[in-house]
Design a protein around this ligand. Sequence first.
Ligand SMILES: Cc1cc2nc3c(=O)[nH]c(=O)nc-3n(C[C@H](O)[C@H](O)[C@H](O)COP(=O)(O)O)c2cc1C
Length: 337
Amino acid sequence: MSYQLIRSLLFKFDAEFSHDLTLKALSLSNKIGLLSLLKAPNTSKLRTVMGISFQNPVGLAAGLDKNASHIDALGKLGFGFIEIGTITPRPQLGNPRPRLFRLPKAQGIINRFGFNNVGVDAAVENIILSKYKGVLGINIGKNFDTPIEKAVDDYLLCMKKVYQYSNYIAINISSPNTKNLRDLQEKKALSGLLARLKEEQTKLADYYGRYVPIALKISPDLTDKHLDAISKIMIKSKIDGIIATNTTISRDSVSDLFHGREIGGMSGKPLFKLSNSIIRELHLRFQGEIPIIGVGGIFSGEDALEKIEAGAELVQIYSGLIYQGRKLILDACSSIG
Ligand SMILES: Cc1cc2nc3c(=O)[nH]c(=O)nc-3n(C[C@H](O)[C@H](O)[C@H](O)COP(=O)(O)O)c2cc1C
C-alpha cells in the first residue's frame, strides 16, 4: 500500500491516536520480520561527526520515540542514527489532550506534549532490552515541576543514568512546552549548566573509559545576540555539537489556518526557512569548530541538501516522515550522498 494512502487513512483519526497506532504497527511489522525486507538507503560514504562514525547522515529527531520503546523497528527504516527522548528523571504524563495538531494545508504540526515520558529508569530498561546496534542519541530534559534554578540537577541525574547507553547525549533546553525551560538558553544560566555538564562528562568518561559527546539542542526563536552568546559559551565549554532547531512558537503564515493558533511548538514545512537561517548563523560563528545537526522542515532530498549547504553535517527529520513516509529517508540519503 502506498504511504499516501496510509496517510490519508491515518489523518482521519485524532493525531495522537494515529501516532501511537503507527508506532505499534511498526513494531509489530518488525516482530514478524516485515521490516527486514526494506531496501537500505544508498550510503555512499561513512562520516565521522562528534567522534562518532555514521553510516548515513539522516537521523530521526527526538520526540517520535520518547521512551525508546520502538528503536528496533525505527532502526530498520534506514536512519543513520536515532535520537530518543526527551526523557526526564521521573515519569510524567505531560499536558492534557488534545496536545498534537496537524496543519495539512501548511504541512506543519503543532505539539504541546510537555515531555510525557516513562522516566529515565524505564527508558534505560527499554534500551537494554532492544537489539538496535546503530548510533543512539539520548535526549534529556527536566521534569515540569523541578524549579528552573534546580534544572541542572535533573540534567546531571539523567546524564549519569544514560551515559553508558548513549553514543551522544542531547541536552534539550529549547522545548516551548515546559515552563521557563528556554530561559536556560540565557547567558548566565547556560554558562552554569554547560560547565556542570562538562565537569560530569569528564568524570563519566574517566569512569567508563569512553567519551560520550554532548550536543545542545536550541530553539529557532533566538536573536543574533543570543546566538553570539550561545556560540561563545559553547566554544568555551567545549561542547561537542549543536542540534538546530527545536520547534518554533512563531505562527507566521499559519495563524489563519485550522489549528494554526494552538499553543505549543510548530514543526514541519513552516519551520524550514527559520531553522535554516539559524544554521547559517551558527555556521558563521562556529566555522566548523562545533558540528551542527540540522533539523526543521525537511520534506525532500533537496531540503536535506539545503541544510547541509547551510552548514549542517548531519540532519534529522520528524514531521517530514509523518507527511512523506519512509521514502524521505532514502531521498535525503541520496541527495546528500
Ligand atoms: C510531536 C512532536 C514531539 C516532539 N518532541 C520533542 C522532544 O521530546 N524533544 C525534543 O528535543 N524535540 C522534540 N520535538 C522536536 C523535533 O525533534 C524537531 O526538532 C522539530 O520537530 C523540527 O523538525 P521537523 O520539522 O522535521 O519535525 C518534537 C516534535 C514533534 C512534532
